[in-house]
Design a protein around this ligand. Sequence first.
Ligand SMILES: C[S@@+](CC[C@H](N)C(=O)[O-])C[C@H]1O[C@@H](n2cnc3c(N)ncnc32)[C@H](O)[C@@H]1O
Length: 173
Amino acid sequence: MSSFNKILIREVIESAKERPQIYYTPRAALECIGSWVPAGLRIWEPACGQGHIAGFFKERGHDVVATDLDTGSDFLTCVPPEYDILITNPPFKLRKQFLQRAHKLGRPYMLLLPLNTLDRVFYREWAKGKDVRIFCPRKKIDYIRPDGKKSNCLFYSAWFTHDVAGIDMLHFE
Ligand SMILES: C[S@@+](CC[C@H](N)C(=O)[O-])C[C@H]1O[C@@H](n2cnc3c(N)ncnc32)[C@H](O)[C@@H]1O
């Protein structure tokens, strides 16, 4: 490989690392799980961004507490509000920390993550004996970019869930 190509590749990798990972959740990713969240449950969306998840569940009549780092609430360290189930699409670079914290809080959760999280070394070790169940939407999730356009996502995503009644260990939509 020429040194020019090497420099080009390094620059592409570096700029990708610096790009903020802010991709919002489209309705399609929520419609497939809506029926697994019974009416009356109080939802905590702890990385709410522009409120795509919170808005979806509010429309369905849920009481939703929506917080975000941007509004002063760091999910990894904050005192949690009263809630019945935690539902979020966290920044993927913090997927390990979000999973660990959500599980430690001891209540049901649904985290939207790349399916390849299953392949991560940390996940293989951490998930042993934890009853984390994987809900796989039928299609790839095309996340919403900050400019409002849909991304053409190349990877599959899944809901990593715990203690949500009716979801199998590996659950295909
Ligand atoms: C990928 S966006 C998703 C937003 C929203 N959950 C959705 O699905 O549309 C991730 C969000 O996590 C927030 N965030 C990043 N680190 C956080 C943290 N430590 N605690 C809480 N929110 C965080 C960002 O500000 C951003 O709004």
